[in-house]
Design a protein around this ligand. Structure first.
Ligand code: SF4
Length: 149
């Protein structure tokens, strides 16, 4: 598998939490793999139904994170993620996305919506390699777990 990544992009998280909720332009969909929902449930002792709803048609994702009336993720408190260490893959990736170009080729893209883009250090290949490996590891674990069901 190979991936393309954006060259010369600078990024540092500004902890603005824009990615953790709806904006005027965007309704945020915080998608969860089944193993991620189960893991968060185990670690927080909350039922999955307490923080996510089951969805169809978004494979490989099986759940959608619930949001407050203000449109913020249910785990966001005082602009901080209360499950940061176990947050879902989609949150670890933001502001980057990984597009499957087919034939085992992938490409990283990013959204300029994020206030951290253009700030901080210029990202090297290693940064995207780590994201790519993390994605492959979690997606494979999710598939294997689904096979055992
Ligand atoms: S899980 Fe954490 S990082 Fe992800 S949207 Fe919720 S508060 Fe933000």
């Amino acid at each position: 598998m190979s991936f393309e990544y954006p060259k010369h992009v600078r990024f540092v998280c500004k902890r603005c939490a824009i990615c953790c909720g709806d904006t005027e332009e965007k309704v945020r969909q915080i998608l969860l793999l089944r193993i991620e929902a189960e893991y968060i449930s185990r670690k927080t002792s909350k039922s999955i139904g307490g923080f996510a709803e089951k969805i169809e048609g978004f494979k490989p994702y099986a759940y959608l994170m619930k949001k407050t009336r203000e449109g913020k993720c249910i785990f966001l408190k005082d602009n901080l993620c209360t499950i940061y260490e176990i947050r879902p893959l989609i949150c670890r990736f933001y502001p980057f996305q990984l597009e499957n170009k087919g034939n085992n080729k992938f490409a990283f893209t990013y959204t300029n919506e994020c206030s951290g883009i253009g700030k901080g250090p210029q990202l090297k290949k290693k940064f995207f390699e780590n994201l790519f490996k993390e994605s492959a590891r979690i997606m494979t674990a999710n598939e294997e777990d689904a096979r055992c069901q």
